[in-house]
Design a binder for this molecule. Structure first.
Ligand code: PLP
Length: 370
């Protein structure tokens, strides 16, 4: 059994993916070719924002947003304590300081009460200036944007939506990657919409920010490529990856997103009441980057994972360490995120992808219930 079966997906889409790759090779337009422009237009339309700019990966997408906003030394950026390292790493790389915020144990996303507490603490300490909230749509579920937007407005902060895992999710019919002032995603192969290597994108309605991001992603270009008006990056999406993504995006829209939701619902139906299953709030829709259950203790989680492994069932611990306890962040000093500390000990992600069969879901559930 595969944790996320990319091989099966390739078998289904092989004819179109192979043709797309051959077409790019035939065109020899490997950088910023036609498929890149087309994909950007298709993604912007789907998400419902004015601008989509593709780039080299999801981490660069976050960095581009921070560069556009001029975030740097002395700035405080609020980041969930329970996320992938890149969500905070980019903040530190720009010289700003991440302030870790605890998460809600039902949704795994940023806890609004703790967010407001951490913003107030930062203001009262007076050492850093609050600038940005980086929300993460963890495991495919959009963060609590209606509440977070109110907090952002109250304290005059911008929202950077890290939608690396969230692409395709919704709140009341509005798509993930449209909730931030700038939003980002990743096309790393195992994400909800993945390519065959690294890739990413940023989304915004703001013309000025889009133009700046376009400059930053190509060495700070001005009027043309060899007119360099600012220090930028080399962060483009390969034409080959864009062509592959066009094929995969079509499948994603036509059936993959629907099918993965059906599969997730089957897990919930079988496991509800036996272990803690993921909660999708009213009006929300997840793109199910992960299906994560919670056990009652670290010991129970670790024993279950070992037993599943014995039966050939893969499972993953996302994430084993709170951000504030990462070795790289020890210099930030003490932090208090008890929910995250607990989750790191008790979470377990189960095999899930749009092509998973009922037999596999049943085998996983039966093994857990036993
Ligand atoms: C994967 C991921 C990233 C980074 O994306 P890459 O394309 O691997 O650089 C950032 N944030 C979150 C939450 C992620 O899951």
């Amino acid at each position: 059994m595969q944790f996320r079966d990319l091989q099966r997906q390739y078998e289904v889409l092989k004819k179109d993916i192979d043709q797309a790759m051959v077409d790019v090779a035939g065109s020899s337009n490997f950088i910023m070719g036609q498929p890149v422009k087309e994909l950007e237009t298709e993604l912007a339309e789907y998400v419902g924002v004015k601008h989509c700019l593709s780039c080299a990966n999801g981490t660069d997408a976050l960095t581009l947003a921070l560069k556009v906003w001029g975030v740097g030394a002395g700035d405080a950026v609020f980041v969930p304590d329970f996320t992938f390292f890149a969500s905070a790493e980019v903040v530190s790389l720009e010289g700003a300081t991440p302030i870790f915020v605890d998460v809600d144990t039902d949704t795994f996303n940023m806890d609004c009460t703790d967010l407001e507490r951490k913003i107030e603490n930062t203001i009262n300490e007076g050492k850093l200036i609050p600038k940005i909230i980086i929300t993460v749509d963890l495991f495919g579920l959009p963060a609590a944007y209606p509440q977070i937007r109110k907090i952002a407005d109250k304290y005059h902060l911008l929202i950077l939506e890290d939608g690396a895992q969230g692409f395709g999710g919704m709140i009341d019919g509005e798509r993930a990657c449209s909730f931030g002032d700038i939003s980002t995603t990743s096309f790393f192969p195992a994400k909800p919409l993945g390519c065959y290597g690294d890739g990413g994108a940023i989304f915004t309605d703001n013309d000025e920010w889009a133009a700046l991001a376009d400059s930053y992603r190509v060495h700070g270009k001005g009027a043309f490529k060899y007119d360099n008006v600012r220090i930028g990056m080399n962060s483009r999406l390969d034409t080959l990856q864009a062509a592959i993504l066009q094929v995969k995006f079509k499948a994603f829209k036509e059936y993959e997103l629907a099918d993965i939701n059906v599969a997730a619902a089957k897990y919930t139906e079988k496991l509800q009441g036996k272990v803690k299953t993921p909660l999708i709030p009213e009006g929300y829709c997840s793109s199910w980057a992960q299906y994560t259950i919670q056990l009652s203790s670290k010991e129970e989680r670790d024993v279950l994972q070992a037993k599943l492994k014995e039966q050939g069932i893969p499972s993953m611990v996302y994430y084993p360490t709170p951000m504030h306890r990462q070795t790289a962040y020890q210099s930030l000093g003490k932090n208090d995120c008890p929910a995250t500390v607990r989750l790191c000990d008790t979470v377990l992600a189960l095999p899930l992808h749009p092509y998973i069969c009922d037999e596999d879901i049943n085998a996983v559930c039966n093994a857990i219930l036993k």
